[in-house]
Write a protein that binds this ligand. Structure first.
Ligand code: HH2
Length: 288
């Protein structure tokens, strides 16, 4: 069954919220928050209570300039968290580009591999196809260590779409079902502020690829550049960007701030999907 329809909460107009759990010391906005499995699990539980549909567990930062870690270190960080969340029946996605890590987390029960490298590592396509899980294919120019050094495009939207089309073809050719595929333009991954804004402005063009669109705009530096806000003060611009993305076709939002995103989506759904008024938490109350 296609990925999105496997969610209990699925309905055609519904947007899914993916909560971010970075089990890393150096992620750009929450590095160090979840360094131990215990802290990662209590953060994960909070995101589930706040309404996350699935969680994305990461053991290696991909922020600009970040230093790669070994597969062993990545697994040491994430495996206890992945296993505990699977035991709790949480839908787990794992943010990794390494086939060894993919194989281990798929064995442990992860339902999705979120790869900022779009399954380009040797053995990655086979790992996902063999595991029968979903995959998010993301666009990145260069690699994290140097990707923000003069990114260049003739036409950023066309080039990102073209790259994703090729990766979708490769994924399908390796046996990954079309219903298991998700794409992501990769905001901030080898892109200037102008490139990011251009992508967000034309996000509706990604509908041509005919698979669900995920976006990761949460707390990103492009929002800091636009507002002047530090990384710990980017909830409001993150919500604005997320809603703009939804209006242009995004179906999965990868976010740090689940409660704020859910609240914004409740307002969006009331208008766009004509949610029944009886479903609102305070429907019986009068007032402003
Ligand atoms: N952004 C980050 C990491 N993974 N995956 C997808 N599909 N899309 C994204 O935009 C994306 C991603 C970077 O954010 P974060 O995980 O918060 O930081 P870090 O890479 O420093 O751990």
């Amino acid at each position: 069954m296609p990925l999105l329809q496997r969610f209990k909460s699925y309905s055609p107009g519904r947007v899914l919220v993916m909560g971010i759990v970075n089990v890393t010391p150096d992620s750009f906005s929450d590095g160090g928050l979840c360094v131990s499995p215990g802290r990662a699990l209590s953060h994960a539980s909070r995101l589930i209570e706040e309404g996350a549909d699935l969680l994305d567990i990461g053991g290696e930062s991909t922020r600009p300039g970040s230093i790669p870690v070994t597969a062993e270190e990545e697994l040491r960080r994430i495996m206890p968290v992945v296993e505990a969340l699977v035991d709790m029946n949480v839908w787990v996605s794992v943010d990794t580009s390494k086939p060894e890590v993919m194989l281990a987390v798929i064995r442990a029960g992860a339902v999705m591999i979120n790869d900022v490298n779009a399954l380009r590592a040797e053995g990655a396509l086979e790992a996902v196809a063999g595991g029968g899980v979903a995959a998010c294919l993301m666009h990145m120019q260069g690699e994290p260590r140097h990707m923000q050094v003069q990114p260049r495009y003739e036409d950023v939207v066309a080039e990102v779409i073209d790259f994703l089309r090729q990766r979708l073809d490769a994924a399908r050719a390796s046996g990954i079902g079309n219903g298991q595929l998700v794409i992501d333009p990769g905001f901030g991954f080898g892109k200037t502020l102008d490139h990011n804004i251009e992508l967000l402005r034309h996000l509706d063009r990604f509908a041509d690829l005919d698979v669900p669109l995920m976006v990761g705009l949460s707390r990103k530096s492009m929002l800091g550049k636009i507002t002047g806000n530090d990384v710990d003060d980017r909830v409001h611009p993150s919500i604005a960007a997320a809603l703009l993305a939804v209006l242009k076709g995004a179906r999965i939002l990868r976010v740090h701030d689940v409660k704020a995103t859910r609240d914004a989506l409740a307002v969006y759904n009331a208008v766009a999907n004509q949610d029944s008024v009886e479903n609102y938490p305070e429907a019986g109350q009068s007032g402003s």
